[in-house]
Write a protein that binds this ligand. Structure first.
Ligand code: BG6
Ligand code: MG
Length: 214
């Protein structure tokens, strides 16, 4: 019998790359507020919620911001970000990922999304995967962002499967932490491949099919 009946994919950085668009949008906000911001700080925003991302950026500010100001800045960032997302197409999904999704589906393995992003459905539509997944758990479903396990627990619940039957795929250390906390095995790519507690370290997403469909 197979070990995993489902794979829960993180979206940003796993199914497609939105890092640069997040960076451009946050950079515009940081410049406007005259706050230093670079790719190193941007890397710390991977996997965490929009508001938590803003708080990380504001650590570099020389004044404090009210809740109202923070809401406003987060909304502004999202407007800029969404205007950049319209550039995305199915070409933003690597061929190796397209192949993997097809292989899993034809082997009867369920596939789901577990993402902190409140823009998940828009991104999936843009990249032509709006109707591909058996379940979607995203930023609109949760009250706690990764590294809290909520987003993956909701994905498993929507699939009707226990955590032990699902493998989580992540590119963020916060995501591996979330998977472990929820009782899921995990596969990490990029910086997540070296995260503590990761079950499988992947060099390439193509390695996943032999783990799930041996
Ligand atoms: C995650 C990204 O997927 O979504 C984070 O890795 C981002 O960088 C978070 O902050 C929230 O995204 P959104 O689209 O709701 O602003
Ligand atoms: Mg990610």
């Amino acid at each position: 019998m197979r070990k995993y009946r489902a794979v829960i994919f993180d979206l940003d950085g796993v199914i497609c790359s939105t890092d640069h668009y997040h960076y451009l949008a946050w950079k515009q906000i940081a410049d406007q507020e005259q706050i230093p911001f670079d790719e190193t700080i941007n890397n710390r925003l991977r996997g965490v919620s929009r508001m938590r991302s803003l708080e990380i950026i504001l650590e570099q500010a020389d004044r404090s911001y009210s809740e109202e100001e923070k809401q406003e800045l987060a909304e502004q960032k999202n407007e800029i970000y969404r205007s950049l997302l319209v550039k995305m197409t199915s070409k933003d999904v690597a061929e190796s990922m397209q192949d993997l999704l097809k292989q899993l589906r034809s082997a009867g393995v369920k596939i789901a999304i577990g993402s902190s992003s409140r823009n998940t459905k828009l991104i999936l539509r843009q990249i032509g995967l709006g109707d591909t997944f058996d379940a979607i758990s995203d930023g609109t479903d949760i009250t706690h962002s990764k590294p809290h396990p909520e987003v993956f627990l909701i994905a498993a619940k929507k699939l009707g499967l226990p955590a032990g039957d699902c493998l989580v795929v992540e590119d963020a250390k916060a995501g591996i932490e979330a998977a472990t906390a929820g009782g899921f095995d995990s596969a990490g790519i990029g910086e997540a491949a070296t995260a503590s507690g990761v079950t499988y370290s992947l060099r390439d997403i193509g390695e996943l099919s032999s783990i799930v469909i041996p």
